[in-house]
Design a protein around this ligand. Structure first.
Ligand code: NAD
Length: 249
């Protein structure tokens, strides 16, 4: 049985990591998938990998015009959408004393403003009864070294999502927060750890996670499927921690 048959799902940053694994699973589950990303070549390659008629739209989530174009494209091609996942984000770890205004603005332009105006643009086009998932982070709940700016940008989107869960209730649109712990994706390569130190870093990370290992993108994809599909039909406004228990550790 396909759990997303005839659904249209838009996933920002669906060209890598958790977004791509989610796009692949959703396409297998029968959804018409639309992914976004910043680079045409990377988006094209991901569209090929995902298959099932997936569509790519190139743009920067920090650019408000991009969200309007995306909403219009989805409306024109598919008549609307059922699932929107605000997944695209960046991370650059620094101690607060070293954070530059540019670094701060980039985190909030992509991770926070990109989510707010993405949902604002898509809301008129998402069908009644639809599902919005906002990807936050373990860092929004738990204090982690040098994560302050990123944590702030992710805590804000969790707050947006809770407000939207109530704001959109008249249209039965459910809005939930997916909160990953450390997951083995390209973003971990942006934490300033050299290739040589990577095995030791991963070993250390794994020791902090009750599950004893990093998460895999497919495990987040399955959690997103639960929130987006009939399985999550009575779930609204929650923060789903998919982190091997690390929030509590
Ligand atoms: P990733 O780097 O593989 O994916 C991030 C995606 O965002 C990429 O597709 C990238 O192209 C896209 N992106 C970045 N800036 C963009 C921009 N300006 N415009 C459009 N797209 C842009 O990393 P991931 O781990 O798959 O991250 C997915 C989500 O999960 C992110 O929101 C991230 O903050 C969150 N998260 C990840 C982890 C982890 O350990 N991997 C932990 C907590 C939260």
């Amino acid at each position: 049985m396909q759990h997303l048959k005839d659904k249209v799902a838009v996933i920002t940053g669906g060209n890598s990591g958790i977004g791509k694994a989610t796009a692949r699973l959703f396409a297998q589950e029968g959804a018409q998938v639309v992914i976004t990303g910043r680079r045409q070549d990377v988006v094209d390659q991901a569209v090929n990998e995902i298959g099932h008629g997936a569509v790519g739209v190139v743009g920067d989530v920090a650019d408000i015009e991009h969200h309007r174009t995306l909403a219009e494209t989805v409306k024109n091609r598919f008549g609307g959408l059922d699932i929107y996942i605000a997944n695209a984000a960046i991370i650059n770890l620094t101690a607060s004393g070293n954070a530059t205004p540019e670094d701060y603005d980039r985190h909030f332009a992509i991770n926070t403003r990109g989510v707010f105006f993405g949902v604002q643009a898509i809301e008129p086009v998402i069908r009644d009864g639809g599902s919005i998932i906002v990807t936050s982070s373990l860092a929004a709940t738990k204090v982690l070294p040098d994560h302050t700016v990123y944590a702030g940008s992710k805590a804000a989107v969790a707050a947006f999502a809770k407000n939207w869960a109530i704001e959109f209730k008249h249209r039965r649109i459910r809005v939930n927060i997916l909160s990953p712990g450390p997951v083995d994706t390209a973003i971990l390569g942006k934490l300033g750890v050299s290739e040589a130190d990577r095995p030791a870093f991963e070993h250390h990370m794994a020791s902090l996670i009750p599950a004893g290992r990093l998460g895999q993108p497919e495990e987040l994809a399955r959690a997103a499927l639960f929130l987006a599909s009939e399985g999550g039909s009575f779930v609204n406004g929650i923060e789903l921690h998919v982190d091997g228990g690390m929030t509590l550790a």
